[in-house]
Design a binder for this molecule. Structure first.
Ligand SMILES: [Cu+2]
Length: 151
């Protein structure tokens, strides 16, 4: 069947984008990332995650060199008190921006190796279900209002 290789070549010529379909459907970027300065063991990272793609995505894990344990957290009301709770993923719907902020969704950094001082830069690697890994630099700040970063 000598025609077979030619059929494959023909398919590739008429369908050149098939190999990277996933990356063309999701487009994730991160704005205004910051991490709270801390002298104690735990801190949190906040940011806006923007999905300009046509498919929804999910943040499923985060890695950083400042600690070994990173959790995705939300705040839930129990009685009159809001408490932090770990969640398995954060949905990032197509065409929307998800705001990770104080009192809401956030990235929890647990058992940090050493104190985080203002203006330090911390690398965070975010893993999304479809987009894959996105590495960002977050600045250490005392609070959101001292942050020069956008958002
Ligand atoms: Cu938390």
């Amino acid at each position: 069947m000598i025609l077979y290789p030619f059929l494959i070549i023909f398919y590739l010529l008429i369908n050149p984008t098939s190999a990277n379909e996933t990356s063309s459907l999701t487009f994730i970027h991160v704005d205004g990332a910051w991490v709270r300065a801390t002298k104690v063991a735990n801190s949190a990272a906040y940011m806006k995650i923007v999905n300009n793609g046509s498919k929804s995505d999910r943040l499923i894990s985060v890695q950083t060199e400042v600690c070994n344990t990173v959790e995705l957290h939300t705040h839930l009301k129990e009685g009159d008190v809001y408490k932090m709770r770990p969640i398995d993923f954060i949905d990032i719907p197509a065409g929307q921006t998800v705001d990770l902020k104080e009192g809401g969704l956030h990235i929890m950094l647990l058992n940090i190796f050493k104190p985080l001082k203002e203006k330090e830069k911390i690398k965070l690697t975010l893993t999304f279900e479809k987009t894959g890994q996105v590495s960002i630099i977050a600045e250490v700040r005392k609070n959101r209002h001292e942050c020069n970063c956008k958002g």
